[in-house]
Design a protein around this ligand. Structure first.
Ligand code: OOG
Ligand code: MG
Length: 257
């Protein structure tokens, strides 16, 4: 049997992102399963690397019930971050560069000494040098921000841009910190880091395990996004966005008018 056209699907998704134009879902029609979807993601990210982008991190998706419920997919997923996706703290994006961007509050880890493939994290403070509040801008390439599990995996888990706030040393507890997403100074989402797999440190175990299954090794110096604690909110032109995590401070960005 001839399998799905991995390169062709990656090209469609890449062009949709480049042109900021939504496409129909394609997993059902092309017979894409989860493994083939990660192969598409690899090809899609390679397309970026081939034009000079650098891998700078890994992001987890759907690590909270709020996110799973919002998109109707209930499996933890992971995707890749490149340097071009990074927006400086306080920086701006143009909504026109995206299809239907949403923002969500995240916790970022700065990776340090990681275990060998297949080994558990062991000491979190050895594996993670610092933590920071962060904002992820997600932008599904599928019409109506609607997708199946293999669809969203193939689409690099909707990754589009991210902002990392100031790094702090790892605090004693990360498992029950208040999380706030503000738009133009008004509270848009409230949550707790406990929503992230019970403790965001678990997201790193999951990331190592799930990415390791596909032969992907996390690297020292990479940024790791543990997944949003709350649902995501549409990003409108001119909006000022701030994500605050108790004890860690805030990350912010704005959308150009
Ligand atoms: C998929 C990406 C999910 C998160 O933090 O849960 C994600 C999506 O919601 O489009 O990044
Ligand atoms: Mg996210």
């Amino acid at each position: 049997m001839i399998g799905p056209d991995i390169a062709g699907i990656a090209e469609k998704l890449g062009a949709a992102a480049d042109d900021a134009t939504a496409i129909p879902q394609l997993a059902a029609e092309t017979g894409l399963d989860v493994d083939a979807a990660y192969a598409v993601q690899t090809a899609l990210v390679k397309r970026r690397l081939d034009r000079g982008e650098r891998l700078v991190g890994l992001k987890m998706g759907l690590t909270s019930k709020a996110k799973m419920a919002q998109v109707g997919v209930d499996e933890v997923i992971w995707g890749r971050l490149t340097d071009v996706m990074r927006v400086p703290d306080g920086g701006g994006v143009d909504v026109g560069d995206f299809i239907h961007p949403r923002v969500e509050p995240e916790v970022a880890f700065l990776l340090d000494r990681l275990p060998d493939p297949g080994e558990p994290v062991g000491s979190f403070t050895r594996a993670v040098r610092a933590v920071a509040p962060a904002i992820e801008l997600i932008d599904s390439r599928y019409a109506n921000f609607t997708f199946s599990l293999p669809d969203v995996i193939a689409d690099n888990t909707s990754a589009a841009a991210f902002v990392v706030g100031p790094w702090s040393p790892v605090p004693d507890g990360l498992d029950n910190l208040g999380v706030l997403l503000e738009i133009d100074g008004r509270v848009a989402q409230v949550g707790s880091t406990a929503a992230i797999l019970g403790d965001p440190r678990r997201a790193l175990d999951e990331g190592l395990r799930l990415a390791g299954r596909h032969g992907v090794r996390l690297r020292k110096g990479w940024v790791f996004l543990a997944g949003a604690a709350t649902a995501a909110v549409p990003l409108r032109p001119g909006a000022h966005v701030r994500a605050t995590v108790e004890k860690l401070g805030s990350a912010s960005m704005k959308a150009l008018p």
